[in-house]
Design a protein around this ligand. Structure first.
Ligand code: ARG
Length: 442
């Protein structure tokens, strides 16, 4: 017994004895020298301070920003990118996308003739378009078949271009809820094997679902606190989980080091989800004053997709969406915008999130002008998609501003976004992690 116990010890000691001197004397091969890039920015949006700085030099080593300042010396051998006639900003962040799908075909075709395998075939295109539009990071809050996990990994490996992704895997929903297949024959089931869904009911089952999602790669947990618009439940806002179930989801997510967010249009469901401890309320359409006060007190972000009403009412009839779904949109769209404005006035934290997938990926920046129309200044709208979204994702230490120590995710536009925020719809320069993805500005 004692000899078996001591054998590994002896082994470990002899390995140590053999390796330590070797490490000490053998010179290590030099690490690849990191490329140095310098961006000469005509103007730089300092999102932390909420101001614009003129003539800034940004020094980037490898994937990291090393220094930012006026007239810094250009290190020898550096590649210089001349954006002296452009406005430079941190890479944009969309905290609510569904990166693996897009409403581009007929409603029934999409629902019944396509599966997550079709999503997997096309998802890399959506990722690329999103990145080229200046969105260097996204939180993707619902996908099928763990296609989002595979896409995130492929992007991280450098196999396909795309934004840094934080993904949810399946979106957790109650039976008959927004994430279930509602309104059809009981003989139709959701896409894929029965256990491969986000459907879970009851405290134990929702805990198990969180563990299942974490097991297969979810970074963040998303659940449906209330009914929705683009689904066939009768209501837009009725709560779809009990308080106990919501508490269990958030608590279990935390146990595994994950943040939870809630799809919630409904007045009561929003409050229940905030009380459960979510980091963000998605949509937030029918929030009341008490809900806003609760969000403010808890530091809960509002992620309101206020561009979608315009797109859905213009396009979704053509896609064959049932009339009662379009009717739900008519009931909720304007109220969502009015309540977004109230949230801004109440001082609730706002993070940019669009629900891209409803409209084509890459058009995410269309939402900025709606946010300005409904209460934000252009600077605040930009902050919502940079420093605030990075904070919501828990990536504030690495992303969200152009500052020393942060990853070099940087974009630039030809016009002044503080004067006209729609210039963000045509981002001309994109850098992710120090690598130029697109440069039409030099
Ligand atoms: N995914 C959301 C839902 O179906 C989209 C809501 C779109 N409408 C809007 N006014 N934001 O509930």
């Amino acid at each position: 017994m004692s000899s078996t116990l001591s054998r590994p010890l002896i082994l470990a000691t002899s390995i140590l004895l053999l390796t330590i001197p070797a490490l000490a004397v053998e010179p290590q091969p030099d690490a690849e020298p990191q490329p140095v890039t310098v961006i000469q920015a005509g103007q730089l949006v300092d999102v932390e301070a909420g101001r614009v700085l003129d003539r800034q030099t940004i020094v980037i080593k490898g994937e990291t920003i090393e220094a930012v300042g006026t007239d810094l010396a250009v290190p020898p051998g550096a590649t210089v990118i001349d954006l002296s006639h452009a406005v430079v900003l941190p890479g944009l962040i969309d905290s609510h996308v569904h990166i693996t799908s897009q409403a581009s075909a007929n409603y029934y075709e999409e629902m019944f003739r396509r599966s997550f395998v079709d999503h997997a075939i096309l998802a890399h295109l959506y990722a690329r378009r999103t990145l080229e539009a200046g969105f260097t990071a996204c939180r993707s809050v619902g996908s099928q078949g763990f296609v989002d996990v595979a896409l995130r990994n492929a992007i991280e490996r450098g196999d396909v271009p795309g934004p840094r992704l934080q993904v949810a895997g399946y979106y957790i929903s109650s039976t008959g809820g927004h994430g279930d297949l509602v309104g059809f024959s009981p003989w139709l089931t959701t896409n894929g094997p029965p256990e491969m869904t986000g459907i879970a009911d009851g405290v134990d089952a929702v805990r198990q679902k969180v563990r299942y999602l974490v097991k297969y790669g979810a970074d963040v947990i998303k659940f449906g606190a209330s009914a929705g618009v683009l689904s066939e439940e009768e209501s837009v806002g009725a709560p779809q989980y009990s308080q106990e179930e919501m508490n269990a989801i958030v608590e279990e997510a935390r146990r595994w080091g994950r943040r939870a967010c809630a799809h919630a249009h409904g007045t009561e469901a929003i409050k229940m989800a905030v009380r459960a401890g979510v980091v963000s309320i998605e949509h937030g359409s029918l929030v009341d004053d008490e809900g806003l006060a609760l969000m403010k007190d808890n530091g809960t972000y509002l992620v309101a997709d206020i561009y979608n009403d315009t797109y859905i009412l213009a396009e979704f009839e053509k896609l064959g969406f049932p009339a009662h779904i379009i009717e739900k949109e008519r009931k909720v769209g304007r109220t969502q915008r009015e309540n977004f404005k109230k949230a801004v006035e109440a001082g609730v934290k706002i993070a940019f999130g669009t629900d891209a997938a409803i409209f084509p990926h890459g058009k995410n920046a269309r939402q900025f002008s709606y946010m300005v129309e409904w209460g934000l200044t252009p600077m605040e709208a930009i902050q919502s998609a940079t420093v605030s979204a990075a904070d919501l994702l828990g990536w504030g230490d690495r992303l969200g501003s152009v500052a020393p120590g942060k990853l070099a995710d940087i974009v630039a536009v030809a016009g002044d976004p503080l004067d006209d925020v729609t210039v963000l719809e045509s981002v001309g320069f994109v850098m992710k992690g120090g690598v130029v993805v697109k440069n039409e500005l030099e």
